[in-house]
Design a protein around this ligand. Structure first.
Ligand SMILES: NC(=O)C1=CN([C@@H]2O[C@H](COP(=O)(O)OP(=O)(O)OC[C@H]3O[C@@H](n4cnc5c(N)ncnc54)[C@H](O)[C@@H]3O)[C@@H](O)[C@H]2O)C=CC1
Ligand SMILES: O=C(CO)COP(=O)(O)O
Length: 303
């Protein structure tokens, strides 16, 4: 039995809390509206897991820095996003704030509603500290949740983060009823785009063919349970972004990830044509139909 503190009681934090409690661990779930003090929640926890949305990462990290975190406490980040101010990933933020602590990234094709229904799923846990990743693997592995370790935390994290942009594009593709060929082309070229960005960032290309890359791309880009997919689908139906977000259950991180990803890719000179069209779509600079045309009419090139 392990004591696990979970910060962020949104849909993903709650699903992870459910998985860990099914394994017999002692779970303490904390949210901004909790009556309990954060320091009491963290006291004695072997694992501190953050499942807050990207917009909350910096303030949660700052809160924890004011408390006494023991260097042996394992920090898990389950957030899929990029910091708009610095383009850093959540694990980079956590590791810089807590250089002595092991930081583990948890990411995979994990639509929380399916997990809450008790359907089987798999995920990846990754850290520069292999022992910490194995500890987390043992803590969360169950007959319903298969947990793989992976040696490339940056790749695991970027796979889960960048696919959200592709999920918006995929929802748009389905909303416009462009067909199966178009969808297959989009996902394949989307993966190529993710790999270009990820390898330029320092991640391993093969990581993106694993659960947190291709795996999550397939799940999120093909499911109405994905909030990012829903954003794209509803944009294709003519709704405005603010109308969609007002009714969305939870966070569609791809909306905020897109401009940050584009900024970084432009700075690095990495070509991201799908991300660019998603960016223009989200900013209402282009219609969904015109975004598709812009992608199809690009200069011809080798695959
Ligand atoms: N829902 C899902 O299926 C999955 C979600 N994720 C990722 O997990 C993260 C959270 O997603 P959801 O739970 O779905 O979103 P959500 O919108 O349901 O929950 C986000 C949580 O973060 C908390 N939060 C935000 N700012 C905060 C702050 N400053 N201080 C304290 N708490 C704060 C909110 O109160 C809320 O409880 C996202 O990055 C998402 O991409 C990852 C895998 C699966
Ligand atoms: O990351 C997810 C599944 O792995 C959840 O996707 P959405 O955030 O698009 O709902």
């Amino acid at each position: 039995m392990t004591k696990i503190a979970i910060i962020g009681a949104g849909v993903w934090g709650s699903a992870l809390s459910y998985l860990a409690s099914q394994n017999g661990h002692e779970i303490r779930l904390w949210s901004r509206s909790s009556s309990e003090r954060l320091e009491d929640i963290l006291q004695g926890a072997s694992i501190i897991l953050s499942a807050v949305s990207m917009s909350g990462v910096n303030s949660v990290v700052t809160k924890l820095q004011r408390l006494s975190i023991h260097p042996e406490q394992i920090l898990i980040t389950a957030t899929k996003g990029l910091d708009p101010a610095t383009t850093r990933t959540p694990s980079q933020i956590w590791q810089e704030a807590f250089p002595a602590n092991p930081v583990v990234v948890l990411s995979g094709p994990n639509l929380s509603k399916e997990i809450k229904q008790g359907l089987p799923a798999a995920t990846a846990v990754s850290s520069t500290n292999a022992k910490a990743a194995q500890f987390v693997q043992q803590a969360f592995a169950s007959p319903k949740f298969r947990v793989y370790t992976n040696p490339d935390p940056l790749g695991v994290e970027l796979g889960g983060t960048l696919k959200n942009v592709m999920a918006i594009a995929s929802g748009t593709c389905d909303g416009l009823q462009l067909g199966t060929n178009a969808k297959a082309a989009l996902l394949t070229r989307g993966l190529a785009e993710i790999i270009r960005v990820g390898t330029d960032w320092g991640a391993q290309a093969e990581t993106f063919y694993g659960l947190s890359g291709l795996g999550d791309l397939l799940a999120t880009c093909n499911s109405e349970l994905s909030r990012n997919y829903q954003v794209g689908y509803q944009l294709a139906q003519g709704k405005t972004l603010s109308e969609i977000l007002a009714q969305l259950e939870g966070t569609a991180e791809g909306v905020n990830t897109t401009p940050v990803l584009l900024e970084r890719a432009n700075r690095q000179g990495v070509s991201v044509p799908i991300t660019y069209q998603v960016y223009r779509l989200l900013k209402s600079e282009i219609t969904p139909q015109a975004a598709v045309e812009a992608l199809m009419l690009r200069d011809t090139k080798p695959e």
